[in-house]
Design a binder for this molecule. Structure first.
Ligand code: SAH
Length: 199
């Protein structure tokens, strides 16, 4: 997976590549998908959601440029796979998921694997999580129709957010960097995520 899906497609950040080599992706999917866990595609999880394709996860992590002391917000915990990777790269991860069952299962998996620097919450994260803001990095794992202003507000100066934006058939991954209080938007690859609900 690391060589053929990530490095071959241009992922260069050593911290990201070694975190992806360390985190056991198969632990975040159900028994019936375990054999496919490292394949080049998304994988279904409960509640009709999916764990993103490894390359998309790596791309999102690479553009975030997280420092080891970073505080991060993740919207859409899902299986907790991305949460584990963020926990490897940053100092603390707050992750919010609207489906209580997914949040509970992710929390259990992360605890079992020994991640102590994560806080998983059940709720609507479409307006972020003001309580623990500001964040050095924000990852949104579900597609929004446009960049939510509340999320930009919760970024530190110089902070970075990666978010899929657009309708289901024409989404684009965007990197938002907060500079002098304003969002600077960089457009990355096309992508396909489940929708961000609420807002
Ligand atoms: N990064 C996850 C991918 C999860 S898919 C992983 O590695 O498994 C996106 C998740 O976003 C879904 O679980 C969905 O329930 C959640 N979601 C959608 N809208 C949300 C919202 N407004 N607040 C919190 N979670 C939301």
């Amino acid at each position: 997976m690391i060589a053929t899906q990530l490095a071959a497609r241009g992922i260069r950040d050593h911290r990201v590549l070694s975190a992806m080599a360390r985190v056991p992706r198969h632990e975040f999917v159900s028994e019936r998908y375990r054999e496919q866990a490292y394949e080049d595609h998304p994988i279904p999880i409960a509640e009709g959601q999916t764990v993103s394709q490894p390359y998309i996860v790596a791309l999102m992590l690479e553009v975030l440029k997280l420092e080891p002391n970073a505080k991060v917000l993740e919207v859409g915990t899902g299986s907790g796979y991305m949460t584990a990777l963020l926990a490897e790269l940053a100092s603390h991860v707050y992750s919010i998921e609207r489906h209580a069952r997914l949040a509970r299962e992710a929390e259990t998996t992360l605890a079992r694997l020994g991640y102590r620097n994560v806080t998983v919450l059940t709720g609507d994260g479409s307006q972020g999580l003001a309580e623990f803001a500001p964040y050095d990095g924000i990852v949104v794992s579900a597609a929004a129709p446009h960049i939510p202003a509340a999320l930009v507000e919760q970024l530190n100066e110089g902070g970075r957010m990666v978010i899929p934006v657009g309708p289901p058939d024409a989404q684009e991954l965007q990197l938002v960097v907060r500079h002098e209080g304003r969002p600077i938007v960089h457009r990355l690859d096309g992508c396909r995520f489940v929708p961000l609900v609420g807002g």
